[in-house]
Design a binder for this molecule. Structure first.
Ligand code: NAI
Ligand code: OAA
Length: 329
């Protein structure tokens, strides 16, 4: 095992998702079973002690791939030489908080972190934003990092993608592994659009297998889109292990590639494909190879899908306009 360790920075390391995520990164699930890692954990000063506790537990696992752990409250230290950055820490919406307040509070986190990535990260940095509102937080960080290629900033819709596959498998009795080419379009929010019109179940068109537009419109789409709220209602806390799992999946797929005959969903800066305004960070169907991704082109978008993609994209453009007005991008 002579490979140079990959530097992985995790923000919000002492939070719920951080606790579910760090052990899987250290055991090789993020990058592969033969890739050593250095962990850099960024927390706010009040979170540093808890992050130190998690680091003690990481030590106690004696993971062969874990070469070092550094804990800091300084973004410039946390992102120094970072190859992969998972931006999990964010300001949650609290009672009475307006959307503008939420965007402003998160701008105060993601703008300086974007600048610290710009100034300190490795040339091959790949960024995944998990902290909500993930798409627009990714846009804020990307705008603050003009020296980093814009496409390296991505937002997580893989949890939505995985949720949609699971719901479709339950409806049709298919195995999860038989479901391919599902797409999440738009924002990681209640407006997201999980699209099965191009999906396949054991090689057959998923929409034809389901053959039930009422189920699609009234059950499947709202169940996937509101799953985060349903988990909060049931668990009394937001999705953590499943969110961490999706973050692992997102980066693993980005680095290691999609399988032939399949694609995944990632929030990425739009290049204008499918009528999504250039620059906003929206979820698309993508294939990945050798650490890069490409939007799947040439899909026929029916009326049912078009209206739903447009609605989610409209929300994203409104978020972009709001953060522009706040001077965050
Ligand atoms: N994109 C997605 O699919 C999902 C996103 N999320 C989002 O992920 C985020 C984190 O969730 P949890 O871990 O459950 O929250 P949490 O509240 O348990 O942990 C957040 C951690 O971030 C830290 N933090 C806050 N500001 C920071 C900063 N400026 N720098 C470094 N650390 C900072 C806090 O001290 C805390 O330890 C939330 O915004 C949540 O809404 C959650 C589930 C799914
Ligand atoms: O709203 C939240 O914090 C949780 C979330 O994003 C999800 O579970 O999809």
């Amino acid at each position: 095992m002579t490979r140079t360790p990959v530097n992985v920075t995790v923000t919000g390391a002492a939070g719920q998702i951080g606790y579910a995520l760090l052990f899987r990164i250290a055991s090789g699930h993020l990058l592969g079973p033969d890739v050593p890692v250095n962990l850099r954990l960024l927390e706010i000063p009040q979170g540093v002690k808890a992050a130190e506790g998690t680091a003690m537990e990481l030590d106690d696992c004696a993971f062969p791939l874990l070469r070092g752990i550094e804990i800091t409250d300084d973004p410039n230290v946390a992102f120094a030489g970072a190859n992969v950055a998972l931006l999990v820490g964010a300001r949650p919406r609290t009672k009475g908080m307006e959307r503008g307040d939420l965007l402003a509070a998160n701008g105060g986190i993601f703008k300086p972190q974007g600048k610290a990535i710009n100034d300190n990260a490795a040339d091959d940095i790949k960024v995944l934003v998990v902290g909500n509102p993930a798409n627009t937080n990714a846009l804020i960080a990307q705008a603050a990092a003009p020296d980093v290629p814009a496409e390296r900033f991505t937002a997580m819709t893989r949890l939505d993608h995985n949720r949609a596959i699971s719901q479709l498998a339950a409806k049709t009795g298919a195995a999860v592994s038989d479901i391919k080419k599902l797409t999440i379009w738009g924002n990681h929010s209640a407006t997201q659009y999980p699209d099965i019109f191009h999906a396949e179940i054991a090689g057959k068109n998923a929409a034809e297998v389901v053959n039930d537009e009422a189920w699609l419109a009234d059950t499947f789409i709202p169940t996937v889109a509101k799953r985060g709220a349903a988990i909060i209602e049931a668990r009394g806390a937001s999705s953590a292990a499943s969110a961490a799992n999706a973050a692992i999946d997102h980066v693993h797929t980005w680095v290691n590639g999609t399988a032939a005959g399949d694609w995944t969903s990632m929030g990425i800066p739009s290049d204008g494909s499918y009528g999504v305004p250039e620059g906003i960070i929206s979820s698309f169907p993508v294939t990945t190879k050798d650490g890069t991704y490409e939007i799947v082109q040439g899909l026929d978008i029916n009326e049912f899908s078009r209206a739903r993609i447009d609605a989610s994209v409209k929300e994203l453009t409104e978020e972009r306009d709001a953060v522009r007005e706040l001077g965050l991008i």
